[in-house]
Design a protein. Structure first.
Length: 499
């Protein structure tokens, strides 16, 4: 059986706590790997190594840092398939989807390669007589990242490339459900020339997480995951004086107006709801149909959903893979089996689905629920699986009010041909990321990603300008120099005397 250990100080470090976790292949249900779970002491070691590396890394030149990052980008590109294969083996997503994940992570590595322009300071001269004011941004120190199972390569790459480019050192605690990709990312960084201790990977469960949140030498914490854990991360780390960006869960809505291209809307709903088996915080999980289009829209979604090929991620024909664990599959199924009792019409029931030859895998089919009420569990909870809810409203205003009443505000979308309606929606909707005829509006790397309300705890979004600001702190210097003509007697600087 494969063993995944920590990566600390530029090398593999065997776990010593005696605690191990099991990693399964979601397509077969078989345990394939065991992963070391760090103790508080092991977490302390990782932080100490990162702190020691920070003493020299913070003073490294921008050209030295970017040289490493350019080499790193080339290595990641060369190893795309290898990284994607690890994602498929432990998360279950199909290979093409895993490759897409790597590509989106590479966007942030490319952004980090251009950190020289992001870290430029400002200068104001002669704000008073012979007084200049300058501002610079400096690194924080040791920073930590705690990342989820659904994007085991992309989300770490949303964090550490920018952090180290800014001069920090990093301790990554990836999900224990699919840990291997994180180690490969760290190994490739070392091959690119990143000094030992600048990037460390610490595996584990809540013991490791809380050790990082409570460690006095960790200056900041980045997190992506569910809202309850994001709230805990934010409260605990903030109470310990740390800077925090904690991205939580979502219930993303897609408003479909009567003038929308229904074929485009149905295509978008299927890809956004069921892609990556619905295990993404930007999935569309609630379609809000306005007016009389509801029946036709649901019929088109049902038709398209029925054609999705579900199977192992290693099969090139597969369009959707299994869920991450059997327990998660059963939880997702519970929302579908309980939907009818709470007033919904079950148009498609994916529970009980299996794949021939892989009967022990964590399979579920696609589920579609119509006429869902806002007080039902399927609507209120983040299901994080291939379950799409359809709600009916009579007007645009009713739809926006319904959506704004949600405690979540991550991503949202509107489908319409009317530019005026789209403009109103962009201004009136209470969410951090908006798509206009775009179902999953994940920003490109040079803009920042993040939601509102219970989808974000902390003041900074992730990557983009917000990411650079999160991983640095500002310093302003006010300088007055005497005129050289006023030099003390006996000191000749070659300037005429002022007398």
């Amino acid at each position: 059986m494969k063993t995944v250990n920590h990566w600390i100080g530029g090398k593999t470090v065997e776990g010593t706590s005696g605690n191990w976790g099991e990693v399964t292949d979601p397509a077969t249900g078989a345990v394939t790997t065991r992963v070391a779970f760090a103790s508080v002491e092991e977490a302390g070691t990782a932080v100490a190594v990162a702190k020691d590396a920070y003493r020299t890394w913070r003073d490294s030149s921008l050209s030295a840092r970017t040289a490493v990052l350019f080499r790193y980008r080339a290595l990641l590109d060369a190893h795309r398939d290898e990284i994607a294969a690890l994602i498929t083996a432990e998360h279950g997503k199909v290979h093409s989807d895993a490759l897409g994940e790597v590509a989106r992570g590479l966007e942030i590595v490319e952004l980090a390669c251009g950190i020289t322009t992001q870290l430029k300071g400002e200068l104001s001269t002669q704000v008073s007589t012979r007084v200049d004011v300058s501002s610079i941004r400096q690194p924080l120190g040791v920073v930590a990242g705690i990342t989820p199972f659904n994007f085991p390569a992309m989300v770490p790459m949303w964090m550490f490339p920018l952090a180290v480019a800014c001069g920090n050192t990093f301790v990554l605690k990836p999900s224990e459900k699919d840990p291997s990709a994180a180690n490969l990312l760290a190994e490739l960084a070392a091959e690119a020339g990143l000094p030992d201790g600048v990037l460390n990977v610490l595996h584990g469960d809540r013991v490791a997480v809380d050790a990082l949140l409570n460690h006095p030498d960790v200056a900041a914490v980045s997190f992506v995951g569910s809202t309850p854990i994001a709230r805990h991360i934010h409260a605990t780390a903030s109470a310990n004086g740390k800077r925090v960006q904690a991205l939580g869960g979502a219930k993303n809505h897609m408003l479909v107006l009567p003038d929308a291209d229904l074929d485009a809307a149905a295509d978008a709903a299927v890809s956004a709801a069921y892609g990556s088996a619905g295990e993404r915080c930007m999935a569309i999980s609630a379609v809000v149909a306005v007016g009389a289009i509801g029946d036709e829209l649901v019929a088109r979604i049902k038709e398209r959903a029925g054609k999705i090929k579900i199977g192992p991620g290693t099969d090139p024909a597969s369009e959707m893979g299994p869920l991450i664990t059997a327990a998660h599959r059963d939880k997702v199924a519970s929302y579908v089996t309980g939907a009818a009792a709470q007033g919904a019409e079950v148009v498609l029931d994916g529970t009980g689905f299996t794949v021939e030859g892989f009967e022990d895998g964590h399979w579920t089919g696609l589920s579609l629920l119509d006429h869902v009420s806002t007080d039902s569990d399927a609507y209120k909870d983040e299901i994080f699986g291939p379950v799409l809810c359809v709600l009916r409203v009579e007007t645009y205003e009713e739809g926006v009010a319904l959506m704004n009443a949600s405690p979540y505000g991550n991503g949202t979308a509107i489908f319409t041909r009317d530019g005026g309606a789209a403009r109103r929606f962009q201004l009136e909707i209470e969410a951090g990321m908006v798509g206009v005829n775009v179902p999953i509006p994940v920003p490109v790397g040079y803009h920042s990603f993040g939601g509102w309300k219970d989808s974000l705890f902390g003041d900074h979004h992730i990557y983009g300008n917000d990411g650079v600001h999160f991983y640095t702190r500002g310093k302003v210097t006010t300088t007055r120099w005497p005129d050289p003509a006023d030099a003390p007697a006996g000191v000749d600087l070659g300037f005429p005397r002022n007398h």
